[in-house]
Design a protein around this ligand. Sequence first.
Ligand code: ASP
Length: 312
Amino acid sequence: MNEAALPQSTVHIAQADPDGILLVIHAGAGNRGKKDTPERRAQVEQDLNRALEAGYALLEQGAPAEDAVCAAIRVMEDAPEFNAGRGAALTSEGIVSMDSCLMTGVDGEVGSACGLTTSKNPINVARAIKEKTKHVMFAKPGNDLLKEWGIELCDSEYFITPARQESLREAQSNGDEWEKHGTIGAVARDAEGNIAAGTSTGGITNQMHGRVGDSPLPGCGTFANQSTVAVSCTGIGEAFIKVVAAHQVSDRVRFSGENVEDAATATLDEVAAHHGDGGMIVLPAVGRGVVAYNSEMMNFGYRSAQGGKVQG
Ligand code: ASP
């Protein structure tokens, strides 16, 4: 492979001060396609701000990091712009198949779900698995179980938007042009200094029936360890799985002593070597949060006591 042709990572620092409460969110990475208009960007930025407000308010009240992560993610799942919950990408069969994961750094507990078709907020399913079962991961949990866990269910019409139907038509007529935008994720550090990570996605437009990407896989698209980092990834899931991306960032910090920026950049270089692009948000228990991506763009936002930023 021609190394010079690999995408170069762009790194944003999400906080100037090394500690204190901090929420970092993303809503996908990829190329700015023809659907990228100033109106759409404004809508994305408005939705990112609403998600930051929902999550950051909880951190200010002293809530645990996972509460802020889930609150921010629920706002983005409900927003049809993003590839999760309402507006999730459609599979080759024209239905949604949603995945989610939530992990807390302080106890290493994790919940993960894949193949969801009826859960309004897939991140709530990941949280229920983490908190209400002794297991880590469920594939296609049935509606009875979901109801037992208190999950709000919706018909398929709720999830399927005209924009996603158009993307699927385009993907199927243009020979599988993968739509990469809009997976969502959040990492948070609470007032106790505890960190957590969550990710929610509809996968990739026109993905084969049964395909699962990196997002729900602990260590690949989502990971949190109190002694290293909380991570949520987005991009071509296959490449992130092959390099065990989120855990790799943690290992680089833990065993190689790399700083968070370098660990994220080096991991994205490995993703690129597997023909993948995308990005990640990374937050250590002590230290600056980082947004890193090697694709053309990434939707992200962050908020701390020093202020914040959104990029649509
Ligand atoms: N990583 C997700 C997946 O492969 C897609 C994305 O981030 O856009 O399912």
